[in-house]
Write a protein of this length. Structure first.
Length: 652
């Protein structure tokens, strides 16, 4: 006699049997799925028997092939996996979705969940932001799979960040093109005639292939375009029928080879003119944004700056220039730009603001900050490709010499041209700049240390103390990376740490979209994992609240990441805006807290992280406890697991 089932499952099966027996003539009320209760011996008296497909799905032994008409031995999604492997995709972040069920199943079983391996997310925005952070750290694209209309809308903020940040991402979106093949309800609501229309203005290219061969060619084209400067996200729509129908003639399908396009270099004549102006300048300044793509780019920028003894101003879009180099003069930006006679902008998105400013007062008046005779020079791939819908193009500012080319690719010829243009007379003037630049650097560095000491023992903990306690332990590691942006902690790491290698800083979000921080840090940490690099993120609280489920992804995939909370219990930037408005309008000063404070109740981020499997400690408000807590958390990360420390901090 079979043992009686207990609990919820047994109750539901019992109710199903009773309901089927009582419903006279209502045989069709029990679905084939529900009739799977037959496998336990609890057969509903009037229910129809299960279909052969259901029986096969539930009873067949592992590896036993299905034999009914629904069986597909060679689905199109298997070929799609082959294409992804041929393109060198190592990871694909996914939010599981019915519109991509065929491809997901093929990744699991046909592809073995290896190269590409699925990184499981709980939100599409997280999936794309993880790919964003990964691409910058790994130097190559990661794929992200999102579900049709609704998933693409969820993902749109992260796509926009990647667009503004010039980062290559391979997006795969599900759809069912043939309306006669859509099941009622969800499949209609989640499909679109033109899926790319929702996000096309933040994509470099998109396509909706109509055949498997078309898919292979489109995917490889997309890879080529995404990784050619200016680098951007691209998107391929994977039709459900292409995924799920059998391949009619496998021998007819061919996967194109992956190619790398040589990046554009500035023309010799224009490069030579720029070199002559730089050599002749008395106060040249170099401004860099997303100029370096790798360590070679950093090394070339150092050679360029040293060839002129010209100060470098870094906007921190990437790790461009060592912050312990005497020509790193970002802290003196206002003075240097005001006095400059020649400004060289390398991949700078906002050239206008180098010589102008707009006051944040009623009317937003603009004024010039640069000398009237300054020569403005610009080398950027931004001139090669733009879209009109979004403002990431910034205000138009013509340069005296403009080169539409990849800055890093152009640097060797520019350095050579500077060497040729430097005669003995100019060599002496250039060499003479080294001493004052070195003195200014030392003075700036010492002043930053003095400012950092202010409020050293304060509670809540100052952002300078948080950064220095972290650096005190991180500096002993051979390989490490700061995988968060730093503007919300007053750029203390750039002022106080020694950031000398390209992979030691991953830059900002691009579009300033809140919600970027944790998933992008997770993606960068995933890239760090394979090379044994210790990743650290200074995580803001308001940003974390957008996508806290990434903690689960970190724990599930055992991605080592140290997250140190900058928990100022506010959306502080908005608080400052509200304070400014109140003062300007002579209003009640205390009302700035309404809508900008994260309080009543305070959020326990350590408990939140622990609930999803991440080791966590805090909240910590006593600065004396911070160093030991960082040491404990770092030990966890070194063991291969994620960790979080919740630190209650000063505003900035």
């Amino acid at each position: 006699m079979q043992e009686k089932e207990t609990g919820r499952r047994g109750f539901l099966k019992g109710a199903l049997v009773a309901g089927a027996g009582a419903a006279t003539g209502a045989v069709g009320l029990v679905s084939p799925t529900e009739s799977s209760a037959q496998t336990t011996g609890l057969k509903p008296a009037s229910a129809p028997g299960p279909s052969p497909h259901t029986v096969a799905a539930e009873r067949m032994s592992p590896g036993e092939p299905m034999t009914d008409a629904a069986h597909v031995a060679n689905p199109g999604s298997d070929f799609m996996v082959d294409v992804m492997k041929a393109a060198g995709i190592e990871y694909v972040s996914i939010m599981t979705a019915s519109s991509l069920r065929g491809l997901q199943e093929s990744l699991c079983n046909y592809g073995g969940n290896k190269a590409p391996e699925m990184i499981v997310c709980c939100h599409e925005e997280a999936a794309v932001a993880i790919a964003h952070g990964y691409a910058k750290m790994a130097g190559k694209p990661m794929a992200a799979m999102v579900h049709a209309v609704v998933g693409l809308q969820h993902a749109s903020m992260a796509i926009y960040n990647a667009w503004c940040d010039r980062v290559p991402i391979m997006l795969l979106v599900g759809n069912t093109v043939d309306a006669t093949k859509r099941r009622p309800g969800v499949e209609w609501d989640h499909t679109a005639v033109d899926m790319g229309a929702q996000v096309r203005d933040m994509l470099k290219w998109d396509d909706a292939p109509g055949s498997l061969q078309n898919f292979a060619e489109s995917f490889m084209r997309a890879m080529t375009l995404a990784t050619t400067s200016p680098m951007e996200p691209v998107m391929i729509v994977a039709d459900s029928e292409l995924q799920e129908d059998p391949i009619e003639n496998p021998k007819s399908l061919k996967i194109p080879k992956k190619v790398h396009v040589a990046l554009p270099e500035g023309d010799p004549e224009s490069v030579g003119r720029i070199a002559q102006l730089l050599v002749a300048a008395s106060h040249p300044v170099i401004v860099v944004d997303r100029a370096a793509r790798n360590q070679e780019g950093v090394d070339l920028l150092v050679k360029l700056a040293e060839s002129l003894n010209a100060p470098v101003i870094d906007t921190y879009g990437r790790m461009n220039f060592p912050n312990n180099h005497y020509l790193q003069q970002t802290a003196r930006k206002a003075t240097l730009l005001k006095d400059a006679d020649v400004i060289l902008a390398l991949e700078v998105g906002d050239v206008y603001s180098l010589i102008n400013k707009i006051a944040d007062t009623p009317g937003r008046p603009a004024s010039r900050i640069a000398r009237p005779d300054v020569q403005l020079l610009s080398i950027s791939t931004g001139y090669l490709y733009q879209k009109s819908s979004f403002g990431d193009v910034e205000r138009y500012q013509p340069a005296d010499i403009t080169i539409a080319a990849d800055a890093q690719t152009t640097l060797p010829s520019l350095i050579a041209a500077i060497k040729r243009a430097t005669d003995s007379g100019r060599a002496g003037a250039i060499a003479a700049r080294k001493k004052p630049m070195t003195e200014a650097f030392v003075e700036t560095r010492n002043a930053a240390r003095e400012r950092a000491a202010a409020g050293w023992d304060a509670s809540p903990i100052s952002t300078a103390r948080l950064c220095m306690e972290l650096w005190d332990q991180l500096r002993h590691e051979k390989k490490w990376a700061l995988v968060s942006e730093t503007q919300f902690v007053s750029n203390w790491p750039q002022l106080l740490w020694d950031i000398t290698e390209y992979k030691q800083f991953n830059g900002g979000s691009g579009g300033y979209g809140i919600g970027y921080g944790l998933p992008a840090a997770a993606g960068a940490a995933l890239a760090c994992k394979s090379e044994g690099r210790l990743p650290v993120s200074i995580q803001t609280d308001g940003d974390l609240l957008m996508l806290p489920s990434v903690f689960w992804t970190l724990a599930h995939h055992k991605i080592p990441l140290l997250s140190v909370m900058h928990n100022n219990r506010a959306w502080q930037q908005e608080a400052m805006h509200l304070q400014r408005m109140g003062v300007r309008r002579d209003r009640e000063a205390a009302t700035w807290r309404i809508g900008t404070r994260i309080e009543d109740p305070f959020i326990d981020y350590a408990a939140m992280a622990r609930s999803m499997g991440v080791w966590a400690e805090g909240p910590i408000s006593d600065p004396a406890q911070l160093g030991p807590a960082i040491a404990r958390a770092m030990a966890v990360v070194k063991s291969g697991l994620p960790a979080l420390i919740d630190v209650v901090t000063q505003p900035r």
